[in-house]
Design a protein around this ligand. Structure first.
Ligand code: BG6
Length: 369
């Protein structure tokens, strides 16, 4: 059942090319146009949407944060991401033109369910992105877009996260196509690029030996920081969450631009910091800005563990370790850059002799508020 792996988590990390490929499957017609008949919400209703709120918890919320960058870029519809338990009790501004998208692997998380019910009561359209057929949240929503990651057994989410990003991107591209703006034609090009991602994850998984080595020698580490920018920011927070969940280490993810506004005070000699570097081809010169951040923390003695696009030599002088990921466009990069962070958490937890699949105090789905 673990497919020859020692833990479900290792198996599920290695399943990720399939999780993405299967989630993409059957969502385009022969000409490459997105078709989401399964949504069962009229095109008119979807076209009228003028605001999107994504509600979720934990890893699913980080998938939602990633989706915000993509959906806003493609549709120009304002997207807000709210932790479900905060959304439910903050008197949210929601009406019939608001699309509330919930993201949940299990479909049973009570916090997320209560948020969805509240949104429906307020008249919003609700779509659930979910991995579990027949679960409660899809039943309580107007429509569902299933992720096809297959059952996820390990408590810490890995393959469901990649499938959630994929499904929310499909939804964003579909909305862009429906609205027919300047971006509509590009939706097909992005779908083609998404189709190449599973192969790239496979390539990346083949290179994880070094990450395992690094993790093995860090069993005594007490704190790890993660920096990222744009879509690398939610990836940084997901990397930190994996480490808290699995290795019980204090870990925190920051927006790299925020470094100088406080977190840089945490840097002392030997502090390990993962940095997710945007592609050198990213818009707005973000690459150079993050490379400067690496220099700044390196100068203060940080141990820099740098995740960068393959062929990006500019990071080499400031990196204690470089982990190369295959090139892809800026918005799709999280589907690759998060993988080394998952692998790192897996092997650090293993190095500490902990229960990878069933970390202490956690449940796979939390069915109380
Ligand atoms: C948790 C799990 O409490 O719920 C996390 O431990 C998960 O791994 C979160 O991300 C949300 O779960 P779900 O099923 O709603 O995606």
């Amino acid at each position: 059942e673990k497919g020859g792996y020692a833990t479900f988590m290792e198996k599920e990390i290695n399943d990720q090319p399939h999780a993405v490929a299967d989630t993409l499957l059957g969502r385009t017609d022969a000409s490459g146009r997105l078709v989401l008949d399964e949504l069962r919400i009229s095109e008119e209703q979807l076209k009228a949407v003028d605001r999107i709120t994504i509600v979720a918890c934990g890893t699913a919320a980080y998938a939602g944060m990633t989706a915000k960058y993509a959906i806003e870029h493609w549709t120009r519809i304002p997207v807000e991401v709210a932790l479900a338990h905060e959304f439910r009790y903050c008197d949210p501004i929601v009406n019939e033109r608001t699309l509330v998208v919930s993201i949940s692997q299990s479909g049973e998380t009570m916090d997320t369910l209560m948020a969805v019910k509240h949104a429906r009561d307020l008249g919003a359209l609700t779509i659930s992105i979910c991995n579990t057929h027949g679960s409660t949240i899809p039943r309580e929503s107007d429509a569902v877009l299933y992720t096809h990651a297959g059952p996820e057994i390990a408590v810490a989410s890995t393959k469901a996260f990649l499938a959630q990003i994929t499904a929310s991107y499909i939804l964003g591209l579909y909305l862009a196509q429906l609205r027919g703006g300047s971006f509509a034609d590009d939706a097909q090009a992005v779908m083609k690029e998404l189709a190449e991602v599973p192969g790239k994850i496979e390539t990346l998984l083949g290179r994880m030996g070094r990450v395992k080595e690094i993790a093995k020698f860090m069993a005594d580490t007490r704190s790890v920081l993660f920096l990222g920018r744009h879509v690398g920011y939610p990836v940084a927070m997901e990397g930190a969450l994996k480490l808290k969940e699995l290795a019980y280490i204090h870990a925190e993810g920051f927006a790299a631009g925020e470094l100088k506004h406080g977190p840089i005070a945490l840097i002392e000699p030997g502090q390990p910091v993962f940095v997710i570097v945007p592609s050198p081809t990213s818009e707005h010169g973000l690459h150079g800005k993050v490379v400067s951040n690496i220099q700044e923390i390196r100068a203060r003695g940080a141990r820099t563990l740098v995740i960068a696009e393959e062929g990006d030599e500019s990071v080499v002088p400031f990196a204690d370790e470089v982990i190369s990921v295959p090139a892809t466009s800026q918005l799709l990069a999280p589907l690759l850059t998060v993988v080394p962070l998952q692998v790192f958490a897996l092997w650090l937890s293993t190095a500490k002799g902990l229960d990878v699949d069933q970390p202490r105090n956690l449940a796979k789905s939390v069915t109380v508020e």
